[in-house]
Design a protein around this ligand. Sequence first.
Ligand code: TSX
Ligand code: MN
Length: 609
Amino acid sequence: MKVQELKHAGLKKWVEDAVALMSPDSVEVCNGSQAEYDRMIQITIDNGLATPLNPQKLPGCVLFRSDPSDVARVENRTYIASEQESDAGPTNNWINPDELKKTMTELYRGSMKGRTMYVIPFSMGPVGSEIAKIGVEITDSPYVVANMHIMTRVGTKVLDVLGTDGYYVPCFHSVGKPLGTGEKDSGKWPCAPLDKKYISHFPDTREIWSYGSGYGGNALLGKKCLALRIASVLARDEGWLAEHMLILKISNPQGEVKYITGAFPSACGKTNLAMLIPKLPGWKVETVGDDIAWMKFGKDGRLYAINPEAGFFGVAPGTNRESNLNAMETIKKNTIYTNVALTEDKDVWWELIGHDAPGKLIDWNGNEWIQDKNNKDQKPAAHPNSRFTGPAKQCPAIANEWEDPAGVPISAFLFGGRRPKTIPLVNQAKSWVHGVFMGSIVGSEVTAAALDVKAGTIRRDPFAMLPFCGYHMGDYFKHWIDIGKKAEADGKGDKLPKIFFVNWFRKNDKGFIWPGYGENSRVLAWIFERCDSKGKFVDTPIGILPTPDAISRPDGVSEADMQELLKVEIEGWKAEIADVRQNHYPKFGGKLPKELAVELDAIEKRLNT
Ligand code: TSX
Ligand code: MN
């Protein structure tokens, strides 16, 4: 489709202005068809950027290797350019929006020379859902177009909903590598150097401008940029929640169903939890989403969640048939692989895929790689942040309701982190504010691998939102408190989801105490019961804990282990409270809601009596 055919005057003007600025050789409005997807893939194959994979083993799959400088989100080049610096807060990078737009306009000038500009109308959420939002991304990357086809709902059907004057979030993206006459990418992943990369958000005007990176969250602007950073601002202003949360459906042996969302920092296995296969007989877990939840109140006072995405952009290393069978089944076909290793018969391989490397590989840098198990320092064949982009509808565990435009009613929120000590296996919040407190202290213990902070300290990532909140985190905590206050004022406090903190990662001198993975269903079963005020529990200073016999024990977990997993470690908790008080809460300054300071005092007081 041509720009001239766009029926939305505002959109047409916006695209025309972008064309004038970026000077692409041609412009194309995406229709979202399979033929269009196939053509994008073919262009990248012809450019030498994509390798078709073995059609017998991985039909419809391709492999991309990005530039070594363009392998992850770039947090130090990610900006929240609000009018007021105080609205971005201490945990975001801020630049004055006018200044940033000036800088970026000069970068965009002529940046698409020699390339095609693609205009991608996309819906975050089922097309036409009241909870969904429309975005339009302008990009010069066919890799981005193909990924957006999988991760969002793209095309003419979105333009139909937009009509002649509907609202959309405008998103600029350019890889920042114009081509000279006759020049081609010829196998070289196009991007700009780090100091020219900008991932910019303008929360006051709800715009996204991205330049210089073609990778993941820097370039697929519907995901972290729109569905979290911009949507979190909309949610604050409109009284709903845009969260970095998985959504799962859980059924008990009686066939009763509940929906649970959960926020975890990176490397906690959020995608694995979203696709968990229960070890507990008769229980069933199905997937609604693995990364983002948008939640709005229904007329009945309950919170309804949609997954704004249509695919999974998951970390490949560590994914195997034991850790996540459903993910492995999802990505057998029609999947884009980025920065994993390639086998001689055009299959994919990555660290902890579940088998040794079959012969010679091509690693993520494009070099020959032969596994050397005697060399502990061997560089990985797949980049640690290598990814699969797979369609959600191919997941064997996908729930029937995953595209319900009304969303699914949420019974519980989970928070978690990698906490080898102190934090129990599961702990139910005593109140809404106590639950918000739990979310606000989420974090994982820093391992020896991370060199920036001392091993053994906790890297806090409140609500797993620190890199993804489009405004001040102190105001974000306040928004969560206000959500609870309003529900209670409306007499609907009992309709709010119950809040739980879980920790699959407790260790003793023998290693992990809890086997995790499918065995986590035993913990989910207790949470399920608690949502109906059932399940055996004890009220403790730190929260509502299961009695040691309330959760059935997996093989290899002794009664003593269970006691340890569910014990209130008074001294450890005192240290935790002190760490929050001295090192964590002060970061939010005067914007820390007083309710959280009061909650901190109350827990400390209970620990001391
Ligand atoms: O994803 C994980 N989950 C959630 C699963 C639904 N992982 C992997 C984290 C890195 C992405 C886990 N790792 C989990 C877990 O519950 N638990 C652990 C820790 C662990 C690792 C290995 C064992 C046990 C626990 N192995 C044996 O018990 C043999
Ligand atoms: Mn995420």
